[in-house]
Design a protein around this ligand. Structure first.
Ligand SMILES: [Zn+2]
Length: 365
């Protein structure tokens, strides 16, 4: 979501006939997941599984044994060589404040721990408004770096007001700045569904979330007993074909079809907003309830790399969000050595011993 998608919250449900119901998807994944785990290593936490891993981050601890961990295999903007650490982020996910409802709160914190607070140089909201005057859409605050220097975030951050402003308070996802019609691809295999409901962003009186923001998600299934899905907003339309050759654009809200990692699924657009961009989120959900259930929670695909505690570690900070440390993206620059990498120092800088392509370099070269 971004500026000017400012219609009121709420809306009626309109559950249409659907060929592949979204509720069934979760049960199908659950059935598949129970057949996979055999002869696994015992564990109490994710770290216990690292020693046996070929590639760090590939396994996590689920109900006492090491099982495949969830990760995103591809970046979701389909441009050559673009990764989550080279893509332009124009709005970061805010680790403080409940999403949207307190958008005029006093601070913003990115996954790096970088933080900014309201002051006289805040954009849009220099002073705390008097509630109930502040709701999503009429106040999307950007706060200046107290040092006056640019924020780093993923390394390629640029808010509409410049990189020295964090944007924006209460934002539930990442906005990637790419032109209309740019290809959007699946980050991992799964069932792509046009969303009826969206417990995070709502559908603002439209018959479905798809109608409101062209909201769709890819349900990646169950890992260590929890469901994972990636959500996309504002696409111009779906594009490409499912694994059976059906046109994804023919799906109706509430219908789903299988897709594979890296394939074209949609195009960047501005449905329900002003300027073309992709709003992207990753979420966890209860497999028995499904990806659209009210209890699903946003997780940060970049993890948490701040020095202090993630504010989300306090369940009272934001009941719609859940803290995790490790990034979901498999990519050079995430600070985790993965398959095909010699090193990963958490940046894409040259001359620091690990190259921008995650090969070991002699320092200074
Ligand atoms: Zn957004």
């Amino acid at each position: 979501m971004s500026a000017l998608s400012n219609t009121p919250r709420g809306g009626r449900r309109n559950r249409r006939f659907r060929h592949i119901p979204t509720g069934l998807v979760a049960l199908l994944w659950l059935g598949l997941a129970t057949t996979g785990a055999q002869a696994a290593t015992a564990c109490n936490q994710d770290g216990d599984c690292s020693a046996a891993e070929v590639c760090h981050g590939a396994q996590g601890c689920g109900t006492g044994v090491c099982v495949p961990a969830f990760h995103l295999e591809r970046f979701v903007i389909g441009l050559p060589d673009l990764t989550a650490y080279t893509a332009e982020v124009i709005s970061t996910l805010d680790h403080t404040d409940p999403f949207y409802t307190r958008c005029c709160d006093t601070d913003i914190t990115a996954y790096t721990g970088e933080s900014a607070a309201r002051d006289a140089n805040a954009v849009f909201c220099p002073t705390q408004p008097t509630l109930p005057g502040c709701y999503f859409g009429n106040c999307q605050c950007a706060f200046r770096n107290p040092a006056g220097t640019p924020f780093v975030v993923n390394g390629t951050y640029a808010s509409p007001f410049g990189p020295e402003y964090l944007y924006y308070a209460g934002h539930a996802g990442y906005d990637y700045n790419y032109p209309a019609a740019t290809a959007l691809v699946a980050g991992r295999d799964g069932m792509l569904c046009k969303a009826l409901d969206d417990p995070i962003n709502g559908h603002f009186g439209a018959p479905s979330a798809w109608d409101a923001f062209h909201t769709f998600y890819i349900d990646h299934g169950t890992f260590a007993g929890r469901g994972y899905a990636s959500w996309y907003l504002h696409a111009s339309d779906l594009d490409g074909q499912d694994v059976h050759g059906g046109n994804l654009a023919d799906l109706l809200p509430g219908q789903c079809a299988p897709v594979v990692a890296g394939q074209l699924v949609a195009r960047v657009g501005n449905a329900g907003t002003l300027l073309p961009h992709l709003h992207f989120e990753t979420r966890v959900y209860d497999p028995l309830e499904g990806a659209e259930a009210a209890g699903s929670k946003v997780i940060d695909p970049y993890g948490w790399s701040g020095h202090g505690n993630d504010p989300w570690a306090d369940p009272n900070e934001n009941p719609q969000a859940e803290s995790r440390t490790a990034p979901l993206w498999l990519a050079c620059g995430n600070g985790r050595v993965e398959c095909g990498e010699e090193c990963d120092d958490g940046n894409l800088s040259a001359g620091d011993g690990c190259s921008p392509t995650c090969e070991v370099q002699t320092p200074g070269c």
